[in-house]
Design a protein around this ligand. Structure first.
Ligand code: FES
Length: 146
């Protein structure tokens, strides 16, 4: 009888944890395909730390205010010429990955939960709030991190 063990469990058994575990698990070039296996899904993936190049056509939605992009289950919005906001895509109401950016706030298309730019709830569906992430904009680079 064989026992199956996930790659994440194997790395944990080797003593890796936190950000270093996620870095190894995700690999340097595959962060967009990495999914957190533990924790509350409404908290979003753990150990988030990546940089987007706004010159990359894939990130063109972030070139103008009001635009947004979803990367690794993080909704990243351009709020103004030099301000950005980022929250988990997973709504805290019923854990649906349906949060978008709309009218200067984050909004879940499933039942209408509304959140501020830093993830605070604005109505009864959104009352639990959602995890927000830090953003740092420099030149054409946008750093998103927990
Ligand atoms: S799951 Fe988002 S509002 Fe219900």
């Amino acid at each position: 009888m064989s026992e199956k063990i996930s790659r994440m469990e194997f790395l944990k058994s080797m003593g890796f944890k936190g950000a270093s575990l996620l870095a190894i698990y995700c690999g340097a070039s595959a962060i967009s395909s990495c999914i957190n296996e533990a924790g509350d899904p409404a908290d979003g993936p753990a150990g988030i730390d990546f940089t987007l190049d706004l010159n990359d056509p894939a990130n063109a939605n972030l070139l103008s205010a009001g635009g947004y992009l979803i990367v690794n289950k993080i909704v990243i919005a351009r709020v103004s010429a030099d301000a950005f906001a980022a929250v988990t895509q997973v709504c805290s109401h019923e854990n649906k990955s349906k949060v978008v950016f709309r009218d200067d706030e984050f909004y879940c298309t499933e039942h209408g939960a509304r959140y501020t730019l830093d993830g605070k709830g604005l109505n009864s569906e959104g009352k639990k709030g959602i995890k927000s992430f830090n953003t740092e904009f420099s030149g054409t680079s946008l750093h998103v991190f927990a």
